[in-house]
Design a protein around this ligand. Structure first.
Ligand code: FEO
Length: 400
């Protein structure tokens, strides 16, 4: 059945959601699924704006066919060639072989790496500043390199003031009827997944996101149509502010993230005592995660949100407990910076995890490691409670 939705007089949503997907990019859990947004502009010329993931290809093609209602497809704009948006292109071109593919030069090369494009398919290469007139509408192309791949363009329909923003302003999560962000409680239901999507997918490219935000600020935008998640048609200033903050690596909240690894519970016990002491000193909304039990994508997201990060980890194989190492290498890879850390190490005979943590933190920008760092052997005894209390004082003082 055709699931398309009309957005504007000439614009349709023809994407689809996947609720069966376990891991986005075969890596990140998506318990709320994912949407693959695709749009169809029915002007004097017809324009498909991106295709959809293989998993929803049948629904996408049905929507496209039904919404075209017998008209030819004139153009396929490919903003981004990652297969979650490109995968159905070959099926589109089989059905509409005369459609002209419009994309950046790099996209024209990369798409041929992913799929065989027939020799007779026309490809129109565009770059920032170029425009595609379709009759009443004009799509103006804007470079968005590394948001999230190097070939990305976004486009702006200057008639309806619609920004087709590619991965930018997207979120994890399937669409449940409500197509617009103003129809849902975005802060309550979507923001955490939007943050997890941004930080894990584009978090590394803060500078490039800043470049795109500067370009977007020059446009009179009435609607943002991303490739994932709800469409924005009002009150998107707050979401843009989040993007600005995330891409400048500024914490959203002056709050504590406590990440610990624990094999037999002794390290967890220290984490629990420390969190209680912090709460007694007035710290609110402390978030405590077992690094082994939490997918790292959630930890990356929380690390972008919180100003203070406490790390408590055992020594393992003469180095750092591997799940903790994996988490730290991930936030380092995402260029997390401007954070205040606290380090506690455990080790039964030769504790070294603290130094291993600090070595990674030392390779990250603008990190502060509060003293004292604490070492305990196997399990912490009451005789060390004073050390924990001194550390709590240092953390509380650093909030002021
Ligand atoms: Fe949704 Fe970078 O692809």
């Amino acid at each position: 059945m055709n699931t398309s939705r009309q957005i504007n007089s000439d614009l349709w949503y023809i994407g689809a959601s996947d609720r069966r997907l376990a891991l986005f990019e075969n890596m990140m859990p998506v318990p709320r699924g994912a949407s693959y947004n695709s749009y169809l502009l029915l002007d004097e010329k017809t324009v498909l704006l991106d295709t959809a993931d293989q998993a929803v290809s049948a629904q996408f093609l049905e929507n496209l066919t039904a919404t075209l209602a017998g008209r030819a497809l004139d153009f396929v704009v490919i903003h981004h060639v990652e297969p979650d948006h490109l995968a159905s292109l070959t099926e589109v071109l089989v059905r509409w072989p005369n459609a002209v593919v419009v994309c950046s030069l790099q996209a024209s090369r990369m798409m041929k790496q992913f799929m065989d494009i027939a020799e007779n398919v026309q490809i129109q290469v565009v770059k920032e500043g170029d425009a595609l007139n379709t009759g009443k509408h004009t799509l103006n192309f804007v470079g968005a390199q590394m948001v999230h791949w190097p070939e990305v363009l976004v486009s702006y329909d200057s008639v309806d003031k619609v920004l087709f923003s590619a991965d930018a302003f997207g979120t994890f999560g399937a669409i449940s009827g409500n197509l617009y962000a103003d129809e849902v409680n975005f802060d309550r239901e979507w923001m955490d997944e939007a943050r997890r999507y941004y930080t894990n997918i584009v978090g590394k490219y803060g500078m490039q996101v800043q470049n795109l935000l500067k370009k977007a600020a020059t446009l009179d935008i009435a609607m943002i149509c991303p490739l994932h998640g709800p469409i924005w048609r009002k009150d998107f200033g707050k979401f843009i502010e989040k993007y600005d903050k995330w891409s400048r690596y500024e914490p959203e909240d002056k709050e504590i993230l406590l990440v610990y690894g624990s094999m037999y519970g002794h390290t967890e016990s220290v984490a629990t005592v420390l969190a209680g002491l912090l709460a007694d000193k007035g710290c609110r909304n402390i978030q405590m995660y077992d690094v082994s039990a939490t997918h790292v994508s959630y930890l990356v997201s929380e690390s972008f949100r919180c100003s203070h990060i406490i790390l408590i980890a055992p020594t393992y194989n003469g180095g750092l407990y591997p799940p903790m190492e994996n988490y730290l290498l991930d936030i380092k890879a995402h260029l997390l910076q401007n954070r205040t850390f606290t380090v506690i190490e455990n080790g039964s005979w030769a504790p070294v995890s603290g130094n291993a943590v600090k070595a990674i933190l030392g390779e990250m920008k603008n990190t502060t490691v509060l003293e004292p760092s604490i070492t305990f052997k196997s399990s912490m005894k009451e005789t060390q409670r004073a050390e924990l209390e001194a550390l709590v004082d240092a953390i509380v003082t650093s909030f002021k």
